[in-house]
Design a protein around this ligand. Structure first.
Ligand code: GDP
Ligand code: MG
Length: 136
C-alpha cells in the first residue's frame, strides 16, 4: 500500500449530464484527493495521442470523435493505492457489466460514452499525469 497519483478524466457524457461534482465526491469519499484539475475540450490531436494505444482497434476513430465532442474534466487524484482505488470506483468499461454502485453503473451511457477514464497501472498513470500536467 503506497501513496500514488493517477489520472482521471470525466468524459464528455459525464460533463454533459452535470455530474462532475457527484463523481468527484465519490473520489473524495474514498479518501482520494484532487491535487490538480482543469476543464478543457480535447482536439483530435490530443485525444488521438492520449488514446494512441488503441490506434489499431476498430473503435479508435469513434472514440477520438466522442472524446472531442465536448468539454472534459481532467484531474490528478492522490491517495493510498490511487490507481486501483480509482479503477474500483469506476467499474467495468461496459456499464452493463459494471458492478452496482460504481460510477459507470450509475452514470455511463454505453461502452464508449462511459463517463470516466482512469489510468490502469502505476506506469501509465505517471505517463498520463505528465501528458496533461507536465508541470507536476
Ligand atoms: P477502460 O480502461 O476501462 O477505459 O477501457 P479501455 O482502455 O479498454 O478502452 C478505452 C476506452 O475506449 C473506453 O473507456 C471506452 O470509452 C472506449 N471503448 C472500449 N471498448 C470499446 C468498444 O468495444 N466500442 C467502443 N465504441 N468504444 C470502446
Ligand atoms: Mg484503459
Amino acid at each position: 500500500m503506497s501513496n500514488q497519483r493517477t489520472l482521471s478524466i470525466i468524459k464528455p457524457d459525464g460533463v454533459k449530464k452535470n455530474v462532475v461534482g457527484q463523481i468527484i465526491s465519490r473520489f473524495e469519499g474514498a479518501g482520494l484527493k484532487v491535487v490538480a484539475a482543469k476543464m478543457m475540450t480535447l482536439d483530435e490531436g490530443l485525444a488521438g495521442s492520449f488514446y494512441e494505444v488503441h490506434k489499431e482497434r476498430p473503435f479508435y476513430a469513434d472514440l477520438v470523435n466522442y472524446m472531442t465532442s465536448g468539454p472534459v474534466f481532467v484531474s490528478v487524484l492522490e491517495g493510498v493505492d490511487a490507481v486501483k482505488q480509482n479503477r474500483d470506483l469506476m467499474g467495468a468499461t461496459d456499464p452493463k457489466e459494471a458492478a452496482a454502485g460504481t460510477i459507470r453503473a450509475d452514470f455511463a451511457d454505453s461502452i464508449e460514452a462511459n463517463a470516466v477514464h482512469g489510468s490502469d497501472s502505476e506506469e501509465n498513470a505517471a505517463k498520463e499525469v505528465s501528458f496533461f500536467f507536465p508541470e507536476l
